[in-house]
Design a protein around this ligand. Structure first.
Ligand code: F6P
Length: 325
């Protein structure tokens, strides 16, 4: 195996609060262990277009508290083609980059897996996504901050919902995963969550209505996972038609969920995982995502991390149902 002297780091896909803390950790742990560190801008696009700058410890000063990613990010179409990946490989060779650390979600780690197999390059992934949908890790970088952001927004919506005695459908992100919806519903004391993982086949709106919108409750909040067809708008329209007696409103939280200063939990997680990425390289690991399980750092093969069927515990559904009576 070729000795690693220089590593490249990039962020890819949707940004997530805590990515900067991870960039800082990888850079500083890398330099502390004798590696040269190259910052690659705009994700895989920057690797293809040679937007690469050598980082010193100063490049990552004063960023742990900042949302977004100083390296910028992109969803690269070109990297999905063999020609794009060839250009990326040639730039890596020209720059002397021996290994890659990729911070991103499902699509980004899938790209890393293909690239590393095609060109035999050690790639280490860090779970960077607000969705928390990567398997093999209890948490992903950005998830906790976003959960808190949603909770704060719903607390505010509750004030006006109560004043007007309304039912609000609040749409949150999560792509195909309901972790944000389910847990923000519990944290904000919402009356229901409508999530993609529901496997009962039951109509989730029907269930919410049939559980009884209590007369003593002056407002109701239903958190809905985003979905191209069945988002908050869809359920609000249905409820208006089926129960014209209710005063219904919709709030779509959108991209504000991805911004903001990372929480302490995300900063610590990103710092541990970033240092973990360097340890993984020193131990000769490749093609793994560094995750956290039961408070221990773990290495998860890419193939497992991106499986996209991370289980959302049924217990969370039961807790919300019981506590929202
Ligand atoms: O994967 C993170 C995420 O924020 C998803 O929750 C959401 O579906 C998607 O990215 C939105 O992507 P974009 O910012 O490209 O519209």
């Amino acid at each position: 195996m070729r000795r690693i002297e220089c590593i490249g780091i990039l962020t890819s896909g949707g940004d997530a609060p805590g990515m900067n803390a991870a960039i800082r950790a990888v850079t500083r742990a890398g330099i502390a262990n004798g590696f040269r560190v190259m910052g690659i801008y705009r994700g895989y696009e920057g690797l293809i277009n040679d937007e690469i700058v050598e980082f010193s410890t100063e490049n990552v000063s004063n960023i742990i508290q900042r949302g977004g990613t100083i390296l910028k990010t992109a969803r690269s179409k070109e990297f999905q083609t063999p020609e794009g990946r060839r250009k990326a490989f040639e730039n890596m060779q020209a720059r002397g980059i021996d290994a890659l650390v990729v911070i991103g979600g499902n699509g980004s780690l899938t790209g890393a897996r293909i690239f590393s197999q095609e060109y035999d390059i050690p790639c280490i992934g860090l779970p960077g996504t607000i969705d928390n949908d990567l398997d093999g890790t209890d948490l992903t970088i950005g998830y906790d901050t976003t959960l808190n952001t949603i909770m704060e927004c719903v607390d505010k919506i509750r004030d006006t919902a109560t004043s007007h005695e309304r039912i609000f459908f609040v749409e949150v992100m999560g792509r195909d995963a309901g972790f944000l919806a389910q847990n923000s519903a519990i944290a904000a004391g919402a009356e229901a969550a409508i999530i993609p993982e529901d496997s009962t086949g039951a109509d989730q709106l029907e269930q919410f209505v049939s559980r009884g919108i209590r007369k003593s409750k002056s407002s109701s909040i239903v958190i809905v996972s985003e979905s191209p067809k069945c988002g908050a708008m869809y359920y609000a329209e249905r409820l208006r038609k089926e129960h014209p007696e209710f005063d219904v409103r919709v709030t779509i939280l959108g991209h504000l969920q991805r911004g903001g200063s990372p929480s302490a939990c995300d900063r610590v997680l990103a710092s541990r995982l970033g240092a973990g990425a360097i340890n993984a390289l020193l131990e000769g690991q490749r093609n793994v995502m560094v995750g956290i399980r039961n408070d221990e750092i773990v290495y998860v093969p890419f193939s497992r991390a991106v499986k996209s069927d991370k289980v959302l515990k049924r217990e969370l559904v039961d807790v919300l149902n019981i506590l929202s009576i």
